[in-house]
Design a protein around this ligand. Structure first.
Ligand SMILES: [Zn+2]
Length: 51
């Protein structure tokens, strides 16, 4: 398994990294955006991929 496609998911509100994920080559072009629970904001926020 390669680590090359490791990405971080950052909360768009507090800018903290809350989740780690892996990307496959199919989705490599698009930036991931997921709604996830942020423990710092204490609510669901949009999380965006960051390096
Ligand atoms: Zn947050």
């Amino acid at each position: 398994m390669s680590q090359d496609n490791m990405i971080k998911l950052e909360c768009t509100e507090c800018k903290r990294v809350n989740y780690f994920s892996r990307k496959n080559k199919k989705t490599l072009k698009d930036r991931l955006e997921l709604k996830k629970f942020c423990k710092f904001c204490k609510k669901h926020t949009l999380h965006k991929e960051t390096k």
